[in-house]
Structures are given as C-alpha cells and as structure tokens.
Write a protein of this length. Structure first.
Length: 176
C-alpha cells in the first residue's frame, strides 16, 4: 500500500479512492482470475477456473472476494471444497458470507495500540437472520476483547466466533 492509502485508512478507516481510479496503468496487488459458475445457490457457488494463466494457490477455508459478472460489489466467500477434474481443471465450492462487505480498518484497543489492519464489516442480513459481523485477521478472536474500528465512534467488544477460516475470523460484536 502507498503512503497515501495508509493515511486514508488511518484517517477515514477506509480507502477514499481506488488505486485503479488514480492510475489506470496500476495493477492491483492481489491476483484477479476468471472463473466460470457451474452451479449456484442462495448460499454458495460451484466454480471452475477457466483462466489458463491463473496460478494463485488456494486452500480450504481461504477467504476470497468474488465479483459476479453483472455486479458492482464484491462478495466475500470462503472455500469449502477443492477438486481437480480428470483434465486437470480446478473446481471449488465456496460459501458466500451474508451481506455486502465494507472494507474497514481495525486494531486491538489498548494504551499502546498496534497499527490498523484491514478487515471487513458485514452488515446484518435479515433474510438469513445473520447479525452484523466483522471479518478480522486469523487468531484475533478472544471473548470480550475490545478493538477499535476506524469509522465507528468508540470501541467494540468481540462477543462470539461465528466462522473461522485459514486466514480470517468472522465475529459478532457489541458496543464496548
């Protein structure tokens, strides 16, 4: 991340501008791949990798951002299964985390707080009765731990571990 982006996260709790908006020649620092939807349900997708240049490594429980062809926003998903077909095609099954994610900055609360790190806020999703949750880095959850969320007033207290993956934890929270 650039110095400007670090300043935006520290000040606003999110990036105010997209790297691609600032400089179209800039490529994102994460791999973008094309996948084909083979099957879909309300809570998940079965995908097949169709990009012959794709080389990113995937693991069970990994957090992914997926943008469907007709959508403007990304969805957060977690890999539930992986398989390789007889013609060496990679197939995955992903579970969609409920809600449209909002990028946020989080850090443990305390007298000498650590720097902010990236996380996600998933708003409450009434159709699935899913509460508002935070997606934090792996191993952050401790019951009653207080953290700061850059775009919220005050601290929040972690209540319950909702989901855990290889590189993330999804937690419910309440005002501290």
């Amino acid at each position: 991340m650039s110095t400007k982006e670090h300043m935006e996260i520290a000040t606003l709790g999110r990036l105010a501008t997209s790297r691609l908006e600032d400089d179209p020649a800039t490529t994102p620092n994460f791999p973008l791949e094309t996948w084909q939807i083979k099957d879909e349900s309300a809570s998940g997708l079965r995908l097949e990798r169709v990009d012959p240049r794709a080389s990113s490594r995937l693991v069970l429980g990994q957090l992914l951002g997926i943008r469907l062809a007709d959508a403007k926003a990304f969805l957060l998903c977690t890999i539930k299964w992986l398989s390789v077909s007889t013609d060496f095609g990679l197939r995955i099954g992903v579970q969609i985390l409920p809600g449209v994610p909002q990028g946020i900055a989080v850090r443990p609360a305390g007298a000498n707080p650590d720097p902010f790190v990236q996380g996600f806020l998933l708003p409450a999703f009434a159709p699935l009765q899913a509460p508002e949750t935070l997606v934090t880095p792996a191993s952050w959850f401790k019951p009653k731990r207080e953290i700061e969320v850059a775009d919220r007033q005050g601290r929040v207290r972690l209540v319950e571990l909702v989901d855990r993956g290889a590189d993330f934890e999804r937690v419910s929270f309440e005002p501290a």
